[in-house]
Design a protein around this ligand. Structure first.
Ligand code: SME
Length: 160
């Protein structure tokens, strides 16, 4: 049993340090990428408050394909360069979108989503997946969230 008991009243740097420690513990010694993505998505969901969707899209060929996640069922395939996820994958850079309705090409998977953070998972300079977080709160994600989730993306890069 894993019982991380995350404290949501922590400052973001401490919260994401705790999440990164939990993420490392979850994937340690486990080679299966689906199991690791599933547990990482669950840990993100447990630690990061105010989300309505958290999970992975994997790079397969020239598109993103839905991976393990927590939230409502989502669109399965996203072409490179399309939407927030496809933009993060194509550019290899984190996308923090304060108002998804103002983002050209945003793909609405859950009508509750108002802001979004997408962090690429990079292995040897190549994007192999993205981690997507959606929030029902506008402007939910800032630089501290982006830096914190980059720690989780590093764990994912070594384990998925
Ligand atoms: N909104 C995303 C699509 C994925 S869902 O949010 C889960 C996008 O624009 O890429």
């Amino acid at each position: 049993m894993y019982d991380f008991a995350p404290q949501h009243d922590l400052e973001k740097p401490e919260l994401y340090s705790a999440l990164a420690r939990a993420a490392n513990a979850l994937v340690e010694g486990e080679p299966d990428p689906v199991a690791n993505m599933a547990n990482l998505a669950a840990a993100i969901w447990q630690f990061v408050p105010d989300l309505n969707w958290a999970g992975f899209y994997r790079v397969i060929g020239d598109e993103l394909v839905l991976g393990p996640f927590i939230g409502k069922p989502a669109c399965i395939r996203i072409p490179f360069g399309v939407g927030v996820c496809g933009t993060a994958a194509a550019l290899g850079t984190t996308q923090a979108v304060p108002d998804v309705h103002a983002f050209p090409g945003h793909i609405a998977c859950d009508a509750d989503s108002r802001s979004e953070l997408v962090v690429p998972v990079v292995v040897e300079g190549r994007v192999i997946a993205v981690i997507d977080l959606d929030s029902p709160t506008p402007g939910r994600f800032d630089d501290e969230d982006a830096r914190g989730m980059a720690l989780v993306a590093q764990v994912a890069a070594l384990s998925i």
